[in-house]
Design a binder for this molecule. Structure first.
Ligand code: AMP
Length: 391
């Protein structure tokens, strides 16, 4: 689905945005792999980059014109970033509120801070999705062990308890099998100090995701829906095209575009969804940035999600999201780096290697990914099997 219909320029957080053309400098808060891939794509288009990150020689800093070595909540560094940049973006959602305020008042942040505020907290995120009239699993906020028991009583078992803030890759959540377990789970997760929710367990048969882009002119473009497989709560594989009916693909795309419009967002929005056996879709989580499940676009679509992000924040027309070939993206974690490098001389020529320039290959740390191009998703999966690196 691709909407090229131009609407009237929107006032993003009270400002109308002109196009920011190549030659301008883009500032990135956060120097990890997402920042790196944004900078690599933007440099190809002729933009300059400056990044703020505490780790010297960060994955993003390695490919930028300049890195400000400073923590993410360093206000002086944020002022310097603002002074050096024509436009600013971020590569993670937990941006310090005061830094966001400085950047917004002293520089142009087309994405604004509203979406950040929403996606920093599961409760706000779920309320925003509900207010948009889009489907999510039933949930309740629980503030005591008793409320947790009552919630599990109403929602049924299994249920899932999650922290509202600070959780990622499955951290800060627990499956609850009985009302009795609710109390113990509450006491355990409440130690984090975060607010807690309990949500209905969705017996999904597949996890899907959509990455949708929107620029300040109100143009939207959604990438082909990815089919995702997680291992130990970390994304393992993303495949496109997803192996579901065209009706489901269209509904999933529509959900993502509708959400982007209702949230009046600018930039990229990743929408993770569950698909049940009876064809129902539920939104699980949002991310206001490029997403791991969109990495396949780098080698399989006319425009990558990273180029699209640059286009969206610079208010350029969005690029075509057309899928050029079936593809499987597989993550390279710390433990996979050595085996991949051992096989680098014999990798099939349709396997595209992306490494993020991280110094230390710690177990479970995302170090890179492969995009495997083939005539079908099944054939690409066969190549994964033959590599014998992922068990
Ligand atoms: P999250 O941190 O919300 O993305 O959840 C991590 C993983 O836990 C998801 O990718 C699912 O595999 C699983 N999960 C989360 N919420 C639910 C749910 N309501 N029902 C079933 N599985 C879930």
């Amino acid at each position: 689905m691709y909407n090229r219909e131009k609407k009237k320029p929107l006032a993003v957080d009270g400002r109308e945005q002109a196009m920011i053309k190549p030659g301008a400098t883009i500032g990135i808060l956060g120097g990890g792999q997402l920042g790196r891939m944004i900078a690599l794509a933007g440099r190809e288009m002729g933009y300059r980059f400056v990044v703020q990150d505490p780790t010297p020689d960060s994955p993003c800093g390695q490919v930028c014109d300049e890195q400000l070595v400073a923590s993410y909540d360093d206000r002086d560094a944020a002022r310097m970033l603002a002074a050096k940049s024509d436009v600013i973006t971020y590569e993670f959602e937990n941006v310090d509120a005061q830094v966001a305020e400085i950047l917004e008042s002293e520089a142009s942040v087309p994405q604004g801070s509203r979406l950040l505020t929403i996606t920093q907290n599961r409760i706000r995120e779920k309320n925003a999705i509900q207010a948009s009239g889009l489907p999510i699993a039933a949930f309740q906020v629980v503030a005591s062990a008793e409320e947790a028991r009552n919630a599990v009583g109403e929602l049924g078992t299994p249920a899932i308890m999650k922290t509202a803030t600070g959780g990622y890759d499955g951290k800060g959540q627990r499956v609850i099998q009985s009302i009795e377990e609710a109390e113990e789970a509450f006491n355990q997760l409440a130690q984090s100090g975060a607010e807690l929710i309990i949500e209905e367990f969705v017996p999904f048969m597949m996890e899907l995701s959509a990455v949708v882009a929107r620029n300040a002119a109100g143009e939207t473009a959604v990438f082909p829906i990815a089919e995702n497989v997680h291992q130990q709560n970390i994304l393992h594989l993303s495949m496109a095209p997803a192996r579901v009916s065209s009706d489901i693909l269209q509904r999933a795309e529509k959900i993502a575009v509708e959400l982007a419009e209702k949230l009046n967002m600018v930039g990229l929005l990743a929408v993770e969804m569950f698909l049940t056996k009876d064809g129902k879709l539920y939104i699980n989580e949002l991310a206001p940035r490029p997403h791991n499940s969109g990495h396949y676009t780098m080698d399989a679509c006319v425009t990558s999600q990273f180029e699209q992000h640059v286009r969206a924040i610079c208010n350029l027309p969005l690029g075509s999201t057309r899928l050029l070939t079936p593809v499987v993206m597989i993550n390279i974690l710390g433990e996979h780096v050595a085996p991949i490098l051992d096989k680098i001389g014999t990798l099939p020529t349709t396997v595209k290697l992306h490494l993020y320039g991280k110094q230390e290959a710690k177990e479970k740390r995302k170090m890179g990914h492969l995009n495997i191009i083939a005539d079908s998703v099944e054939e690409a999966l066969q190549i994964v099997d033959e590599l014998k690196i992922w068990s």
